[in-house]
Design a protein around this ligand. Structure first.
Ligand code: ATP
Ligand code: LTN
Length: 337
């Protein structure tokens, strides 16, 4: 499809049986709305997933569940291109090229690598985890993406993408679009419900503050109702002094569509319990149809395969063209058929 819409591209890892509320509000929700206005490419990044050890059967299952969930939350294969990263070999190919354009020190400054490798120790850290952001650069540049909808934690990787695109373009001629991050301030960082100073993450030390979209609704509503707040009583927005309450207000606002000031007024004279109970109810109502749609996609593997085959074909058409141009600029001798 030829379109003059700006292009967006993003990816999510199939490293868990369910996306969490941070993934959804920080990134995937924007994917759904951007498919209406942009030429949108979204992928499940299984090559990135193996930067930490994966059990093969679980990876395969989580990849399917990820695709089903993306459809379940509202991605429409008629409106966007949805595919699996490993179905498009150009990612690994351009990834190698980008490795050769990245300084070792430059890669070593990536904070997410430092955090993750620090947690797991040098012996358990793969070289793949080190070059992870460079593969992400290739993901983005292959599609000439104008914008990349992600959460705040990905900002540095998008900066790296910009730097490498500019470096390649200035050395070898205009080849890649220099992308911008698309990060919505209100939902850029959703915090853990038990530790509202840390981002909600599947690798948190305890799952108590993590809301997984596919968990039993009762489990999640319980977590919301026991979210950590503070010793005050007045529902108001203050990221420093009331991190927990502010996080709940932001989540409420994103799901209900009501602004934070409006919610503060709505809860005037009521205590934190009222906010938690209302949010738990709101969440339950919102997530039920998502779970149901996800399940129905999982029950139809043939349809899922069709969506992915079409997605890979559309993605390869774009990625192949960019890779050919990049190879030519680099000076690789063209393979004659
Ligand atoms: P996690 O921290 O749970 O391991 P991740 O960032 O390593 O997640 P993905 O699951 O692939 O990896 O993340 C997908 C998207 O979700 C990214 O755009 C990321 O920025 C976003 N995201 C992850 N956690 C949050 C959060 N707590 N708040 C906002 N956005 C988030
Ligand atoms: N590192 C990202 C996932 C990712 C991505 C991408 C995001 C891989 N490739 C390309 C945007 C564009 C993360 O969310 N952890």
């Amino acid at each position: 499809m030829v379109t003059d819409r700006p292009r967006v591209l993003s990816g999510i890892q199939p490293t868990s049986g369910s996306f969490h509320l941070g993934n959804y509000l920080g990134a995937v929700r924007q994917w759904v709305s951007l498919q209406e206005t942009h030429d949108a490419f979204y992928m499940v990044v299984d090559l990135h997933a193996i930067t930490v050890e994966q059990d093969p059967a679980t990876l395969r299952e989580n990849t399917r569940v990820s695709v089903a969930q993306l459809l379940g939350v509202g991605l429409d294969p008629e409106r966007c291109t949805l595919f699996i990263q490993s179905h498009v070999p150009e990612h690994a190919q351009l990834g190698w090229v980008m490795n050769c354009f990245t300084g070792f020190g430059e890669a070593a400054r990536m904070t997410q690598f430092k955090d993750k490798s620090g947690k797991q120790g040098a012996d358990r850290t793969t070289v793949g985890l080190f070059t992870y952001p460079i593969l992400q650069v290739a993901d983005i540049l292959l599609y000439q993406a104008d914008q990349v909808p992600v959460g705040e934690d990905q900002r540095q990787h998008i900066e790296l993408t910009r730097d490498l695109a500019e470096r390649f373009n200035s050395r070898l001629g205009q080849t890649f679009t220099v992308p911008n991050p698309y990060i919505l301030k209100e939902t850029a960082k959703i915090f853990d419900l038990q530790d509202p100073t840390s981002k909600m993450s599947k690798s948190a030390s305890t799952p108590k503050g993590l809301v997984n979209l596919l968990d039993e609704v009762k489990t999640s509503t319980k977590k919301i109702k026991s979210a950590v707040t503070d010793t005050g009583t007045v529902v108001s927005y203050d990221e420093q002094e009331k991190a927990g309450v502010s996080n709940l207000l932001r989540i409420h606002s994103a799901i209900s569509g009501r602004s934070v000031p409006e919610l503060v007024e709505h809860f005037e004279g009521r205590m934190y319990g009222a906010l938690k109970t209302e949010l738990a109810e709101l969440y339950a109502e919102w997530v039920a149809p998502i779970q149901q749609r996800t399940r129905s996609y999982l029950d139809d593997p043939a349809e899922l395969d069709r969506v992915l085959a079409r997605g890979a074909e559309k993605a390869r058409a774009v990625a192949g063209e960019t890779l050919a141009t990049a190879y030519d600029r680099i000076g690789f001798l063209a393979a004659k058929r």
